[in-house]
Design a binder for this molecule. Structure first.
Ligand SMILES: *Cc1c(COP(=O)(O)O)cnc(C)c1O
Length: 378
């Protein structure tokens, strides 16, 4: 039997366990140790972020953002319906009401043209998600936000090393949340990061991350004792997590080169499916591809099911993705009833193909041949 091709396989660049040992031996394995500082510096000095803080997950980074915005119960936040639960949940935890936006026809990103119609006098923020690491139209989103005095928070969970008009995703808003979950490009098992681009939030972000204390100022010698100054939680990861992450960041370029090469092979191989009406990822001129995900958009839900079954018979494991959140068990009753056609379309028809560092050309060819064979018999 042929070896199974999983959807994802976490990649180890090599020194992960050695760096974890170094962290353990250093005697300081709580948060903000040597490796955390190294990771922070890398993002700030190499990638151009103004200020970043590692967190235990992207979910936590989003929750920090929601606290920083000082949302009050009844405030409204605009979020795409086609996203992960954590994107709206962070704001729901603060008592906010979620107003779901649709995706666009060209890709699952938020439909910017619909935003004006969703804004009320309770709207406080827009949260674009850079789906598959492909940028949303940030200038257009920022223009809407400026007109109405709204904050913008990027869910950049999938968007490391991707760009909008040459600018790094995650630097184009007030606050941005990244994920280092093992399904992302750069991983630490669980892990995340908050990028703080608006200096207004910088000091309070440190406090919220340290359980509502000014401990970070204390360690810098700015105050002579630390105490409880705000709300917060324990959002900072152990230095063991940062040690793992550092091994990945050292190999960012190599990892990205490999993932993008795999992505491009898929893209070229499936060009022949476009005339049939099968959708491929659309990357607008202002955006880049970061090799996070390769997906197809099938012509129907039934076709997607048949394609997944067909590939599974060949030990290839593709997966579908989000289920429209405006129809979720938890939130459907609070949704205002608008149809979100494109979100539902991607819910039914989007399928993600295996994409991971160790997907060799031979293995990838099996996936390509499988998909092409499926469409040849349609
Ligand atoms: C992965 C992901 C998250 C959650 O990230 P965690 O680090 O697992 O909390 C949130 N939003 C999007 C768009 C994601 O892809």
């Amino acid at each position: 039997m042929l070896p199974t091709i999983p959807f994802n396989k976490p990649y180890l660049s090599g020194p992960e366990t050695r760096y974890i040992e170094d962290a353990v031996r250093s005697g300081k394995i709580s948060g903000d140790g040597v490796f955390t500082k190294r990771c922070h510096q890398f993002f700030e000095q190499q990638l151009g972020f103004a200020k970043v803080l590692l967190t235990t997950s992207c979910t936590d980074a989003l929750e920090m953002a929601a606290i920083l915005l000082n949302l009050q119960p009844g405030d409204e936040v605009i979020v795409p319906s086609f996203t992960f639960v954590s994107t709206p949940n962070a704001f729901v935890l603060r008592g906010a009401k979620i107003v779901f936006a649709d995706s666009t026809a060209e890709n699952p990103n938020i439909d910017v043209a619909s935003l004006e119609g969703l804004i009320t006098d309770r709207t406080r923020a827009i949260v674009p998600v850079h789906y598959a690491g492909i940028a949303c139209d940030m200038d257009a989103i920022q223009a809407v936000a400026d007109r109405h005095g709204l904050a913008v928070v990027e869910d950049a969970a999938q968007a490391i090393d991707s760009y909008y008009k040459g600018k790094t995703l995650g630097t184009l808003s007030d606050l941005a949340a990244f994920s280092f979950h093992e399904t992302k490009n750069i991983i630490s098992g669980e892990g995340g990061m908050l990028a703080i681009n608006n200096p207004l939030y910088a000091q309070r972000a440190e406090i919220i991350r340290e359980k509502g204390t000014n401990r970070s100022s204390f360690f810098r010698g700015e105050v002579d004792k630390y105490g409880w100054v705000d709300i917060g939680s324990s959002f900072l990861p152990s230095d063991i997590i940062a040690a793992f992450l550092w091994a990945q960041l050292e190999h960012l370029e190599d990892i990205q080169t490999q993932r993008k090469a795999i992505w491009s092979r898929y893209y070229e191989a499936f060009a022949s499916l476009v005339p049939l009406g099968v959708g491929l990822p659309v990357i607008p001129a202002y955006a880049t591809n970061n090799g996070h995900m390769f997906y197809l958009v099938t012509r129907s839900l039934a076709e997607r099911g048949a394609l997944i079954d067909y590939l599974k018979q060949q030990q290839i494991l593709p997966v579908f993705h989000y289920l429209s959140l405006h129809k979720s068990l938890f939130y459907a009753a609070q949704h205002d009833g608008r149809e979100l056609t494109w979100s539902d379309h991607y819910t039914d028809c989007l399928v993600r193909l295996p994409l991971y560092y160790e997907l060799t050309p031979d293995l990838q060819q099996r996936v390509i041949d499988g998909v092409l064979a499926f469409y040849a018999q349609q």
